[in-house]
Ligand binder design. Structure first.
Ligand code: AHG
Ligand code: MN
Ligand code: MN
Length: 336
């Protein structure tokens, strides 16, 4: 049950028994993410004051420049989870390979793995625009008691036990699901407590916002170009409004509240698009479906895709149900 103004801590305790697998372990894990979120929030908030803006001088495995805050957020989430010994493994957008978490007695009794995009929208940090963190939680598939393996991470999104994001915006929020709807909690920074502010979040079935990097229009597949022209056409409730922040978390958050579609298609310069299936698309797809929306690669629901590699990319269309179905229609028609 959700009660307005309940704290996240109270909510986690009260709802522990309604989790699909209730042993208290998942609650502890979400508590650890809550703590790490507060620490990262503190760092992000003072970004303009201390020397943490700009590039860290390293390039991650995907060839992208790492920002100092990318590295900092990555370390905070990993160390918070490692120190609590509540997961058996972590995969991060910022790490080349997955990390095995050894428990102090070395018997690997933890059953969850976490996959994380520690700082999403990091190119927005230097200009004081909202960024986020995205997380995804699975039960391991290899036997408890042995070190975690790659197949524990390469599971279809359907297997997710929980997923969510933190948006460090005009206010900081945690929005997450454990498969029983989506709830949003807003941080009161004065006392460092998250309060339930957005119970049972729902995508409007229809929306009037489309979010896409239109600078890449020329490189998009024909079906996506046709859909963009459809959004811009004067007919019925169109033209729609274009809104693109460039932080998936923030664009998704706005669209879930107001109704809209987010698109990162494949293109002639990025064969599989840009977004990462495991750290970005699967968790956002789980939230979208739990909120009555949809997420697709144009042909297949995102969560039905079986991943083959950790840093796999995938074309992504996500948002209000009718809008996602419409873009699928255009893509599939142009593909015939
Ligand atoms: P990240 O900062 O984790 O690398 O992710 C950035 C992603 C996503 O958040 C955003 O919507 C998209 O990249 C923006 O890409 P473009 O600049 O190509 O539009
Ligand atoms: Mn990202
Ligand atoms: Mn990132």
């Amino acid at each position: 049950m959700t009660k307005k103004h309940q704290t996240l801590g109270e909510y986690i305790i009260e709802n522990q028994n309604s989790f699909r697998y209730s042993s208290g372990e998942l609650s502890k894990l979400i508590n650890a993410l809550r703590l790490a979120a507060k620490v990262v929030n503190h760092e992000v908030n003072k970004a303009g004051l201390v020397d943490i803006l700009g590039a860290a001088g390293e390039v991650n495995v995907q060839g992208e420049n790492q920002q100092k805050l990318d590295v900092m957020a990555n370390n905070i989430f990993i160390e918070t989870l490692r120190n609590r010994e509540i997961v058996c493994g972590i995969a991060s957008e910022e790490e080349d390979d997955f990390i095995t978490i050894n428990s102090s007695d070395d018997n690997h009794q933890n059953k969850y793995v976490v996959l994380i995009d520690p700082l999403d929208g990091s190119s927005n940090i230097d200009v004081n625009v909202s960024v986020g963190t995205i997380f995804s939680i699975y039960r391991r598939v290899t036997p408890i008691g042995s070190p975690v393996q790659i197949e524990d991470f390469l599971q279809p999104g359907r297997n997710q036990v929980a997923a969510g994001y933190i948006v460090y915006g005009t206010s900081t929020m945690i929005v997450y699901t454990t498969g029983d709807g989506v709830n949003g909690f807003t941080l009161n920074p004065a006392i460092g407590t998250f309060y339930l502010s957005n119970p049972n979040m729902q995508f409007p079935e229809n929306g009037k916002i489309y979010s896409v990097n239109e600078g890449n229009y020329i490189h998009f597949p024909q079906g996506v170009k046709d859909y963009i022209k459809y959004c811009q056409k004067e007919e019925g409730d169109r033209p729609y409004t274009s809104r693109y922040i460039g932080s998936l978390v923030s664009d998704f958050h706005r669209n879930m509240i107001k109704g809209g579609i987010y698109m990162y298609p494949k293109s002639s310069i990025a064969e599989e698009g840009k977004l990462r299936l495991l750290y970005e698309c699967n968790p956002i797809a789980f939230l979208a479906e739990q909120a009555g929306g949809k997420a697709s690669n144009g042909f297949t629901p995102i969560m039905d895709i079986t991943p083959t590699e950790l840093h796999q990319r995938v074309p992504f269309f996500c948002g209000s149900k009718n809008m996602v179905e419409k873009v699928e229609e255009f893509i599939q028609k142009a593909n015939q």
